[in-house]
Design a protein around this ligand. Structure first.
Ligand code: F6P
Length: 311
């Protein structure tokens, strides 16, 4: 079906055969289209999904997405015994029970390249460059691209160091003769101050059907704070949806291919309510409930790797 859960709510279907899917490997995004539709938030949404599914005579649904798409899948399986299997796809890498989601590696690679490029201006102009990356509730993209790009400070939602601490790292670096710095910040980082004040920067107050606010903008406020407190000229780059575009990395292409085959096997075996997952180097199946019960946040030991190179 097209457009994620909206396709099943509104009955928007399109047959997919080998011809339609050929040549997809180098393409980003989805040829099926997507939406932020939550059937549980619409009048008769779930009933319409069930009715359309039955009317079409479908045997199984493969839900491809992150916490929202798969959260609905888990609930539909739990409450309606809906024949669904999941494939973990989100740049955020925040689904539990899998080591990696596909899309993440591509986003990290785009951010790393951006950080590399921003080093040029940072060094030439002796500036602090703040890079704001996506990752609504978790700092996976920030931590991985920050480590890969040699960031001097990384700020993430789940382990928020204060603005003062970030400035101290920058100051000590400059005192050691390095007169430029790269700061990576997750869009979901709450500005935190020694006084105890915390401030979340969002674009609008309204939430989507899954209850999410739209982030974007914390980089600008952080840059202003850094410039005021350190006296160093500071600039900001918000990478935004650039992170979700372009051709996927080989790693993501291989991972998506392996997930797809696993999902097909699960459907073939009639094993529903499960999600394809990567654990170590093996593709396994885990329950959708387990994968979506809580977000996979950046653990302390991963942040410690990043922190070892701060300042
Ligand atoms: O969940 C993926 C994601 O890219 C988040 O990192 C980001 O906060 C959000 O989607 C942006 O959503 P939209 O494209 O609807 O603005």
């Amino acid at each position: 079906m097209r457009a994620g859960w909206r396709g099943l709510v509104d009955g928007i279907f399109e047959p997919l055969g080998p011809r339609e899917i050929s040549g997809l490997l180098p393409r980003g995004g989805t040829i099926l289209g997507t939406s932020r539709t939550n059937p549980y938030k619409l009048d008769d949404g779930v009933e319409r999904v069930l009715a359309n599914f039955q009317e079409q005579g479908f045997d199984a649904l493969v839900a491809i997405g992150g916490e929202d798409t798969l959260g609905v899948a888990a609930r539909m399986f739990e409450e309606h015994d809906f024949p669904v299997v999941g494939v973990p796809k989100t740049i955020d890498n925040d689904l539990s029970a899998t080591d990696y989601t596909f899309g993440f590696d591509t986003a990290v690679s785009i951010c790393t390249e951006a950080i590399d490029r921003l080093h040029t201006t940072a060094e030439s102009h002796n500036r602090v460059m703040v890079v704001e990356v996506m990752g609504r509730h978790t700092g996976w993209i920030a931590v991985m691209s920050g480590i890969a790009g040699g960031a001097d400070v990384i700020l993430i939602p789940e382990q928020p160091i204060t603005v003062e601490q970030a400035c101290a790292e920058i100051m000590s670096r400059h005192e050691r003769g390095k007169d430029f710095s790269i700061v990576v910040v997750s869009e979901g980082y709450e500005l935190s101050y020694e006084s105890g004040e915390r401030r979340q920067v969002t674009q609008e107050v309204a939430t989507d059907e899954f209850g999410h606010v739209r982030f974007g903008g914390v980089g600008h406020e952080l840059a202003q704070d850094i410039e005021e407190r350190t006296g160093f000229e500071t600039r900001v780059t918000v990478l935004g949806h650039v992170q979700r575009g372009g051709s996927p990395t080989p790693r993501d292409r291989v991972l998506a291919t392996r997930y797809g085959l696993k999902a097909a096997d699960l459907v073939d075996e009639g094993r529903f309510g499960l999600m394809a997952a990567l654990q170590g180097d093996s593709i396994v199946d885990v329950s959708l409930a387990e994968a979506t019960k809580e977000l996979k946040t950046v653990p302390e030991d991963w942040y410690a790797v990043a922190k070892a190179f701060f300042g």
